[in-house]
Design a protein. Structure first.
Length: 281
């Protein structure tokens, strides 16, 4: 059976690569040290593949698709997409995929009743570019990207996302080869409202509350309290990306998260958090 050797969740705001210099020196130091440590922890787990869960930003999934999750099935991915190159300030890159892992997720996930789609071609914006650049700068760990709908109603519920994470963990355990080492990476959030009334705000109180909630190791409490309505109140245009973090929590169960870093840089227009779950417990 396969093994999830590490599970992490990080913010992917484009300012982390595109205009980090606009943040204060103290914020830059905090962000750099946090993401450097997150990358060290990820690489130290020596995964054979990363299964990533992130929001789509309506770049690949049509508005009327009704798709909750779309699994990327290509053998190779490249980025960033042309429109985002200047914005992200990241050189072109290529990262391997893993078609076999992707097909296992699709086949077994469908048997679990998941609303899955799949594509060989996906455009990458900050959703993957930022975490890949900061955590795996050599782009040397294959990625199976899962794009999820966090924006267009009907949005999958926290319970749906949690169950999706549980399915991923079961599929890796029961349907992947012995010795295969998998990292699960959720990206998105924290509080932000791109283009909305709270665009120039970060809800630091909400972010710290949510992080504290994850450290309790109590999924039922998270699902009861971290509602879509509470996320929307913290920033209606983007905070719901934390659904990806809840999917990651589904894979780890009642393990307690450890907060690696949190910074609230107004220049980046997003609360920036990094957490990890110890899978050896």
């Amino acid at each position: 059976m396969g093994e999830i050797v590490t599970t992490i969740a990080v913010s992917h705001a484009p300012g982390l690569t595109g205009w980090l210099d606009k943040a204060t020196e103290e914020e830059q130091d905090s962000l750099n040290s946090g993401y450097d440590e997150m990358g060290r922890l990820l690489r130290a787990a020596e995964p054979d593949v990363i299964i990533g869960i992130s929001n789509d930003h309506v770049l690949n999934l049509p508005l009327s698709s009704g798709i909750d999750f779309c699994v990327g099935t290509a053998d190779s991915w490249s980025g960033p997409a042309d429109w985002f190159k200047d914005w992200l300030n990241v050189p072109d890159y290529t990262v391997k995929g893993n078609r076999d892992v992707a097909r296992t997720l699709i086949n077994e996930g469908s048997r679990d009743g998941l609303n899955l789609a799949f594509k060989d071609e996906l455009l990458f914006d900050d959703n993957w570019t930022v975490p890949l650049t900061r955590l795996t700068p050599d782009y040397d760990i294959p990625l199976v990207p899962i794009h999820m709908n966090c924006i267009v109603p009907p949005i999958p519920t926290p319970q749906t996302c949690y169950d999706f994470g549980k399915s991923i963990a079961r599929i890796v355990r029961d349907h992947r080869p012995d010795g295969e080492r998998v990292a699960l990476m959720a990206t998105g959030g924290m509080s932000h409202d791109p283009g909305g009334p709270k665009y120039f705000e970060i809800d630091d109180e909400f972010d710290r509350w949510f992080l504290d909630l994850l450290t309790l190791g109590d999924p039922e409490k998270v699902l009861a309290e971290a509602t879509l309505e509470r996320m929307a109140a913290a920033g209606d245009g983007g905070t719901s990306e934390l659904l990806a973090w809840i999917a990651a929590m589904g894979a780890v169960g009642d393990r307690k998260a450890r907060v690696v870093s949190y910074t609230a840089p107004l220049a980046l227009r997003c609360g920036m958090g990094c957490v990890i779950w110890d899978m050896s417990e």
